[in-house]
Ligand binder design. Structure first.
Ligand SMILES: Nc1ncnc2c1ncn2[C@@H]1O[C@H](COP(=O)(O)OP(=O)(O)O)[C@@H](O)[C@H]1O
Ligand SMILES: [Mg+2]
Length: 226
């Protein structure tokens, strides 16, 4: 389980200090938790701290009681690779690798043999409806297809924690629905943290956290959705 305790982040901007996040405490349960709030409310800052991309000014992040914020960068990177998956607004696929090679990339990083990498990547791409796109380069895929490749890649090492930052922000309505459905499906059995300004998307999560000015101002549990 992923837990944040009294998490704060201050940025120095010349003479000024920007408080991007202040005293954020929350234990993320299994299933989807959406983080919403206006632009500049601290959503991306929070995600960066939870994933250990960045370090808090105060407070801590615990992954199954492992203090992530106390680990050096290389160990945080290792924890990210093995325990966390990421789907961002920008797809960040490697342009010179095919769809399956992109999905298999995390498996390559942890030294899995080629046969296993290929089987796993093919199975994941099939799961996201892209069995017919295995050998395509990203440039030959639509935005929605690229985002589904990114989701398959995020799931390659079956991470218990999945982060998504505006994962549907760049997509048309139909692709948005496909990606959202797949994302929440993947989030059922893991901890999914979904940053979005799309309230409709957020309402499909089990919990909604409202950030404002860097503070957690409201926690909401939407009624069971149909
Ligand atoms: N690297 C940075 N340096 C200085 N200020 C930053 C930095 N990153 C974010 N901020 C500030 O922190 C606040 C929260 O930003 P952010 O977490 O990106 O909000 P959101 O993702 O909700 O739009 C904003 O006021 C932003 O300008
Ligand atoms: Mg943001």
């Amino acid at each position: 389980m992923l837990r944040a305790e009294h998490l704060s982040k201050r940025y120095r901007q010349g003479e000024k200090e920007v408080v991007a996040l202040l005293g954020f405490t929350y234990a993320f349960p299994k299933g989807a938790t959406a983080v919403v709030g206006p632009s500049g409310s601290g959503k991306t800052t929070l995600l960066n701290l939870l994933a250990g991309f960045d370090l808090p000014s105060e407070g801590g992040v615990y992954l199954d009681n492992l203090p992530l914020h106390q680990l050096p960068e290389d160990e945080r990177a290792r924890v990210r690779l093995e325990y966390m998956g990421f789907v961002f607004q920008q797809w960040n696929l490697i342009p010179t690798l095919t769809a399956w090679e992109n999905v298999a990339f995390p498996l390559l990083l942890v030294g899995r043999p080629r046969k296993e990498r290929q089987e796993r990547a093919f199975a994941l791409l099939e799961r996201v409806g892209l069995a017919h796109r295995l050998h395509h380069l990203p440039s030959r895929l639509s935005g929605g297809e690229q985002q589904r490749v990114a989701l398959a890649r995020a799931l390659a090492l079956d991470p218990p924690v999945l982060f998504a930052d505006e994962p549907t922000g760049n997509l048309d309505a139909e692709s948005r629905e496909q990606v959202a459905t797949l994302l929440f499906e993947a989030g059922k059995e893991r901890t999914l943290i979904l940053v979005t300004h799309d309230l409709e998307l957020a309402r499909r999560a089990g919990h909604i956290l409202h950030l404002k000015g860097g503070r957690l101002v409201r926690e909401e549990t939407p009624k069971a959705k149909g």
